[in-house]
Write a new protein. Structure first.
Length: 117
């Protein structure tokens, strides 16, 4: 097979034959290099910041008491507020981790020369 012939893959050997040019099938990037780099580093910062805040809320840091939601004593009081704030920080850090994965893929796709959608 020479370089000028298209590389075709036949998926079905039935009367209806489907062929795909393998060299043209590429995964597409969603955003450009500057945006993917910016979001990548913001995701790292968000993960670190929110994880540290989640740990501080879990240890019931007095410095963060103004950010704790107020609960009545029958609902658990201030401890329930600290637990809720800690859980929210960890959930937000998880969302930043998903953004980190997505932007990391975008950086990889751009470095391999994939085109945008």
């Amino acid at each position: 097979m020479s370089d000028s012939e298209p590389l075709l893959v036949d998926y079905y050997k039935d009367p209806v034959s489907v062929s795909v040019d393998v060299r043209r099938v590429r995964m597409a990037g969603f955003c450009g290099p500057k945006l993917s780099n910016c979001c990548f580093f913001l995701s790292i910062w968000g993960i670190v910041m929110l994880a540290v805040m989640g740990v501080l809320f879990r240890f019931r840091s007095v410095a963060l008491i103004e950010d704790v939601p107020k609960y009545s004593e029958e609902d658990g009081g201030i401890n329930a507020g600290y637990d809720e704030a800690s859980t929210n920080c960890f959930l937000a850090a998880g969302l930043y981790f998903l953004s980190f994965i997505f932007c990391g893929y975008q950086k990889y796709a751009i470095s391999k020369g994939y085109t945008r959608l």
